[in-house]
Design a binder for this molecule. Sequence first.
Ligand code: SF4
Length: 194
Amino acid sequence: MHGLTHFQLTTSDCIGLFDRLSRIYADMDRAYQQTAEFYGFECHGCSDNCCRSLFYHHTLIECLYLMKGVQELSHDRLGNVMSQAILLPDENHRGMCPLNAEEKCLVYDFRPMICRLHGLPHEISLANRPPTQHPGCGEFDRLCSSQPRHFLDRTPHYLALARLEQDTRKHFVYSQRIKMTIAQILMTFTVEIP
Ligand code: SF4
């Protein structure tokens, strides 16, 4: 488990790094929407949705942005979230994300990349690696598997996020490897925002 890591952010971090991330997220949301519309697919949640899945998050910028959203929760709400996060200490544990309440994401605008892109068939072509194609989630397959495949290309989104992550780590002089669930992010990072 990681120790508590506190970040004191400046206004220019928020304007520079966070604004770049929100533009990258807007591009992802658009790409998701276009692909979903191609299939006529709408996610209404299911017993195996992304909020119940074990996902790891790897970027410092996404952890900090998520914590910005968490910081905006009310005191009581945050208390509930943290007590649920503590109940999910085992990184192999699959359980409802502590930031999901009544089937809704409490930090919807701040949610990480994988929460935005999960569920649709996608492809990735990164330099020096063979391109890969991946299926959609179970619910997508149930509803849309008979349709011709149209893959959401995650490549430009991964590349834009990787560039931003490089700049973020350089800015904060941060070199630790990150592989964390949402519960672990909640228990690892705190942010102070101007
Ligand atoms: S951050 Fe929000 S969208 Fe992502 S898993 Fe948690 S509740 Fe779901």
